[in-house]
Design a protein around this ligand. Sequence first.
Ligand SMILES: N[C@@H](CCC(=O)N[C@@H](CS)C(=O)NCC(=O)O)C(=O)O
Length: 232
Amino acid sequence: MPNIKLYYYPGTCSRGPMVGLEEAGAPYDMELVVFVRGENKSPSYLKLNPNGKVPTMVVDGVSITETSAMMLFLARAFPEARLLPFGKGEVADAKITADVIWCSASVHPNVFHTRLPQFFCDNEAGMTRVREMAMERLARDFQQVEDRLSAGPWFFGEQWSVVDAYLSWAWYRLNGTDFDFSPYPRFADMYERVLKRPSVERALAKEQEAYDWLEENDLMVNFKTLNPQSGQ
Ligand SMILES: N[C@@H](CCC(=O)N[C@@H](CS)C(=O)NCC(=O)O)C(=O)O
């Protein structure tokens, strides 16, 4: 059994690998990265993850960055958990890998541009346009998810996977924005079903503990006012 430690922040994309670990029943340690203290930009953290972001997964002393890489690793390290429907040949596996990477290369950045346009433009009109364009791209991404869900309850059909967890995180992060969710009823239903999975419930409970601690210690990030120049 590998020795695994996940560096995380509640509500962020670290939720995906956390759900993967919970679903696999893998023992792991967690370390909260306190953004407002600049811990993600500290020299020791940058040695683990030069991008200064969460998540980071340290496996037997080796640091893995990138959510998609962690999901692919977990699926291979814990095949019995069936985190991804690998095993039907190299081409089929490559297509599954493409879907995981698409989540982190398209959906995830489009969520980032929608939620934090100030990281991409430094004037009000530009920020508004960045958000609008990101939401247009998200609409195309979400339509792809909606189309995939016509073939089964989950993104890959009958089998639940960490892609459902990753996509559900994107849905969650868009709550509170003016993104129009109405064209995606199958995705809405999938999101609700993901929330009911025991692995997700456990991950959300762990996140809630972290939120409570951050709140008690006045260390919560305000994403609305988060400034790219602040080093957070
Ligand atoms: N490509 C990275 C993106 C990670 C990422 O954007 N993490 C965000 C939270 S969702 C973060 O740590 N932001 C802090 C910052 O950018 O300073 C991945 O897939 O892991």
